[in-house]
Structure formats: structure tokens, C-alpha cells
Design a protein around this ligand. Structure first.
Ligand code: SER
Length: 580
């Protein structure tokens, strides 16, 4: 059994419910491109909202981080990774959390106790030394010399404000050297494998810390790192997670891994991430903005490195690699199964597009740099505009020759160009709203009413899981454990129509995110809010965090009609509806 399955089975046996991984593209949050940590989709529940699955949860969560994309190519960095997590939402606390982590590591994964070291919170002016965790570790058999006390490293928060608390971190001695008796946190042979955060506080923007209404546990363990450790390899790409992909690249390129590690790792990593972005229900396609731009960069960078390995770009190399990745993960993430062909098509189309200009662009680049000349803004922009070279690619090529690129100048040119060709690009916000026509706006407001009506008629714990709007219809996904009965559907429809007839005003208010959440505003799985959020209210029947736009009064909507109700995925139902 692999790590993910062992982990989930273990925590389910301890009374946890497995929750599905949230999509890599956050559904309701225009402020971030990707979900970057396992706990982020759970923020509303850590701050008090009731989770439909209960108080003990576990999952494996897809995460994407592109901030250190340039580091990919070494032994440990990945742009996509999976994080294992277990949570207590106001249920168990430190003792159980530590006991179960220890049991999982030593009895399920069979890690010898003498390879472990832990850290606990040493205490500061605000929060005392974490004696409970310290004593728990001692009682489980971790010797005093292997328990380090730190202050900064043992307090965890995502960003500047939000739910937070002290943590205890578990380290593994990853070396053949003799294991030192004493655990020194600066000894890099000890690598962190698990972080158990005891989230009992909320930190405001101004730095004040107050207790949360409940004490939570949030733990996170990286799948790639832990797998490599368990398999005793010092290069993540040599673990079973990557081996088949790397072997395939070796095979296609007919070159050994040794000596070509960097390009092979980049191809493996970037194509895996591209597969997950392209498969996401958000329907991202390569483009020059936002997630689409990241997708484009990843694919183009992979193509460039494939070229460096002398792979015939016109062959189906990327299809072969993507298929291995899709097949490996599709049993865990249904969107890979559902969008299998979409992913393959996205990769192929982008390849064909880039391939048309890549060769010429590279020639142009070589010509320009033959006198070891740094790259000015005009040339960088020319490479981008004419040959489709993302600026990052030009910079990577330049760095390889020890040359510089005028990045600032490029950005300036890019902006001028954008201003000239600006379209209605401000129309990219929540709710799967593709364009901003009158009908789309009406449907958008109707989704808020539907969301609220489902809570009244079906269950107050129903939450939005996704939505997609065209000028013809709306589609709305929501958490719900059963098929709606005809009666339920009728009641929902009637209630929405009653609200439409009532002619409620739709009002918008900007407020601090904490205020919005604590006032009970509805939000989907949220990764990270901007500090100031907009909240749309419809009479007093609905209140949601949302980017808008909406109609002014519900009477503009016409008649709401449910066309179809069906399963979308496990625990998620889908309603298609129209306005007449
Ligand atoms: N929030 C913690 C982390 O990301 C534990 O999940 O490390």
C-alpha cells in the first residue's frame, strides 16, 4: 500500500472522515491563483463554521506553488505536491494528535524511534511553553535530548493573519551517519516530515491575538518528501512517485538520467503540474494571464528542456508522459479520469503552437547573444510577442550564458502593450462567470439565491462546491449526501421564485475579512481572502463573499426553473437551472 492509502486508513480508524481534495484552482477566491497548502480550504471551519463531514477530518490535498519555480531541477523542489492532513475541528487536541502521529510513524510506517527528533514551542510573552506536548513526547519514549524547544519555528500561520497557534514538528534523521544523541534543529541531516499545529488563536492584521471559539489541530505531511525518506533515496525523483516518469523520459530521449537530471526533473515536474491544472474543473487553458499563463510557462519550459535532451518535439513524447501521470493519479483524483482527453489535447495544442516559433525564436536568441550582449527590453518583448517566449524562458536562456535581461523594461513594454489591447479582462472572477453579459449577471445572482434556498430546504450545511454560468443557463455544484427528491426540488424552486418576487435589493459592502467571516457570510472552500472582501447581501436571505457583479433587485430575474439535478462527484450534487 502506498503512503496516501496507509495514512487515510489509519486516520479513518481513529474516527476521521476523509474529505475530498479541493481543486487546485480555488473556486471562490480571485486573490490567489492556486491552492498552496493543505489547510487553506479549511480556514472557515477552523474559525468556527460547522463542517458537513464533522469534527475529525483527513485528506490528501493537491497543492501548487510556483513561487520558486526556478528551483525545480534540484532533488527536492516540485511545483505540484500532495499534502496529507488530519484535523480536529474543536474536538481532540495535543495529546491525541501527538499520540496518533507517533503511532502512525512507528507502527504503520515502521520508522525506528531513534531516527526521530521533535520540536515544541518554547514560550514567549503571549503564549507559554507547550508543556503538554513536551511531556507527551517524553511519555512516548522520545528522549529529552531529542526534544528541541524553539519559539519562531514553532508557531504556524498562513500569511500575516488568520487562524494560528503553536506547533510541534517531527523530524527524521536522513543520513547514513551515526545518529547524534542530541537533536540540533540546525543539523540538516534531520528533515522535517510532519507539522502538527494547535490552532487555538486568531491573529488580526494589527498583530493582536485572540482565542478562537474552538481549539483545533491542523497537521500537514508532504507526500513526496516522506515517500523518498521511506524508500531511502536522497533524490525525490528517484522515489516510486517519479520513477516510471523518469524511466520513460530516459527511454524517449535515449540518454541516461545521470548527467541530465536537471532537464529530466523539469520535464517530469512541469508536465505533472500542467496535467493537474489542465484537468481542474476550472477549465484553465494556456493563455497570457493568471493560471493560464502559469500553465503555458510550465508546458513551454518542459518543451524547451525536452529539446535540450534532443527529444523529437514533433513525436508524441508529451502525450506518453502525460498518460503515465494521468494513469498514476486518476484513481485518486476523478477529474483526471473525467478530463483525460482534455489534458492530452491541451498539451498537444500548446506544443504545436509553441513548436511553430520555438526554433526560429531560439535562432533569433542565439543571433542576438552571439556577442555576449545583455538582452534589452525590446528584444525580450520581441521574443515574447513574436516567438511566444515567456520572459522567464528568455531569462533562463540568458542565465545559462551568464547574461542579463532587462526584466523591468520588459514589464513596462508588456504593460503598454496590454493597455493598448485591453479587453474586458476584468471579467475574470468567481462563479465560473465567463463573460459579463446581462444574462450572466442575472444567473450569477440566481446562484446566490439557489445556494441560500438549498440551505433552507435541504440542509443548512449545504455549501457551494462550484458553479459555471453561460448566457443560456447556470450550473451549480453543492455538497449534499443524497439525490434531491422531487419535493425538495420543487420547494427549492418555489423558494427562489418567492424571493425573486419579493423584489429584494442586492447590496454590496466592503469589510475586513474577519468581520465578514464572523458575520456568517457564506463562502466556498476558501484558500486565502484578500484583507478586504466584498460581501453581497440579498434582502436578508443571502449573504456571500463575492466579487460580483449582480443585479440591483431580484425582481429583474424572471422565473427560476430547475432543469436537472444529478450527481457531480462523491458527496457533491449538481443542479442545472434556467431563468425564463
Ligand atoms: N498548516 C500546517 C502546514 O502547512 C500543517 O498542515 O505545515
Amino acid at each position: 500500500m502506498n503512503l496516501k492509502d496507509l495514512y487515510i486508513d489509519f486516520f479513518v480508524s481513529k474516527g476521521h472522515k476523509q474529505i475530498p481534495s479541493a481543486p487546485v484552482v480555488p473556486e471562490n477566491d480571485p486573490s490567489v491563483l492556486f491552492n498552496t497548502a493543505g489547510m487553506l480550504p479549511l480556514v472557515p471551519y477552523l474559525t468556527g463554521q460547522k463542517h458537513p463531514y464533522g469534527k475529525r477530518l483527513c485528506d490528501y490535498q493537491k497543492c501548487i506553488r510556483t513561487n520558486d519555480l526556478d528551483s525545480v531541477g534540484d532533488t527536492t523542489h516540485h511545483t505540484f505536491f500532495e499534502m496529507l492532513g488530519n484535523w480536529s475541528l474543536g474536538d481532540y487536541f495535543k495529546e491525541e494528535s501527538i499520540t496518533w502521529s507517533f503511532e502512525f510513524l512507528t507502527e504503520v510506517l515502521h520508522i525506528p524511534v531513534n531516527r526521530l527528533g521533535v520540536t515544541v514551542f518554547a514560550g514567549n510573552d503571549l503564549i507559554p511553553f507547550d508543556e503538554v506536548s513536551y511531556n507527551k513526547w517524553l511519555s512516548l519514549g522520545i528522549p529529552e535530548a531529542r526534544i528541541a524547544k524553539t519559539t519562531e519555528d514553532n508557531f504556524w500561520i498562513a500569511g500575516d493573519s488568520g487562524p494560528c497557534g503553536s506547533d510541534t514538528e517531527i523530524f527524521y534523521f536522513r543520513s547514513d551517519d551515526e545518529i547524534p544523541k542530541h537533536f540540533d534543529v540546525n543539523d540538516e541531516r534531520f528533515v522535517e516530515i510532519w507539522n502538527n499545529v494547535f490552532m487555538e488563536f486568531f491573529k488580526e492584521k494589527d498583530g493582536t491575538i485572540s482565542p478562537l471559539p474552538q481549539k483545533n489541530v491542523d497537521t500537514g505531511m508532504g507526500v513526496e518528501r516522506t515517500t523518498a525518506i521511506l524508500e531511502g533515496v536522497n533524490d525525490n525523483y528517484l522515489s516510486s512517485i517519479w520513477k516510471d516518469v523518469i524511466d520513460l523520459i530516459v527511454n524517449i530521449s535515449d540518454l541516461p538520467y545521470e548527467g541530465h537530471e536537471k532537464s529530466m526533473r523539469i520535464i517530469a515536474d512541469h508536465l505533472r503540474t500542467a496535467v493537474f491544472i489542465a484537468a481542474d474543473p476550472a477549465g484553465i487553458k494556456p493563455s497570457n494571464t493568471d493560471q493560464g499563463y502559469i500553465l503555458r510557462r510550465l508546458i513551454r519550459r518542459a518543451i524547451r528542456h525536452a529539446k535540450q535532451l534532443n527529444i523529437d518535439i514533433n513525436s508524441d513524447w508529451e502525450q506518453q508522459i502525460a498518460k503515465v501521470i494521468l494513469n498514476k493519479y486518476k484513481n485518486y483524483y476523478k477529474e483526471l479520469e473525467e478530463n483525460y482527453n482534455v489534458v492530452l489535447e491541451v498539451l498537444q495544442n500548446e506544443k504545436i503552437k509553441f513548436n511553430r516559433t520555438l526554433e526560429k525564436g531560439l535562432k533569433e536568441f542565439t543571433k542576438f547573444t552571439q556577442n555576449q550582449q545583455n538582452i534589452d527590453a525590446t528584444t525580450a518583448f520581441h521574443l515574447y510577442d513574436t516567438y511566444g517566449f515567456p520572459i522567464e524562458l528568455t531569462m533562463e536562456l540568458a542565465t545559462e550564458l551568464g547574461l542579463k535581461v532587462d526584466e523591468e523594461g520588459f514589464k513596462q513594454k508588456f504593460k503598454e502593450h496590454q493597455d493598448l489591447s485591453r479587453t474586458a479582462s476584468s471579467g475574470k472572477f468567481k462563479g465560473g462567470l465567463a463573460s459579463n453579459g446581462e444574462m450572466e449577471i442575472k444567473y450569477h445572482t440566481a446562484t446566490h439565491l439557489l445556494n441560500a434556498a438549498l440551505k433552507v430546504v435541504v440542509d443548512k450545511n449545504v455549501h457551494q462546491k462550484g458553479s459555471n454560468i453561460t448566457s443560456e443557463r447556470m450550473r451549480f455544484d453543492f455538497s449534499c449526501d443524497h439525490k434531491l427528491s422531487d419535493e425538495e426540488k420543487q420547494k427549492v424552486e418555489d423558494l427562489v421564485n418567492q424571493w425573486i418576487k419579493s423584489g429584494f435589493d442586492v447590496t454590496v459592502k466592503e469589510m475586513a475579512k474577519e468581520e465578514a467571516i464572523s458575520s456568517g457570510a457564506e463562502c466556498m472552500f476558501i484558500e486565502k481572502y484578500p484583507d478586504i472582501v466584498t460581501v453581497y447581501s440579498i434582502g436578508d436571505v443571502s449573504k456571500e463573499l463575492c466579487g460580483g457583479p449582480h443585479v440591483k433587485n431580484t425582481s429583474e430575474l424572471g422565473t427560476f426553473k430547475i432543469i436537472k439535478e444529478e450527481a457531480s462527484s462523491a458527496g457533491v450534487r449538481r443542479i442545472k437551472a434556467i431563468l425564463e
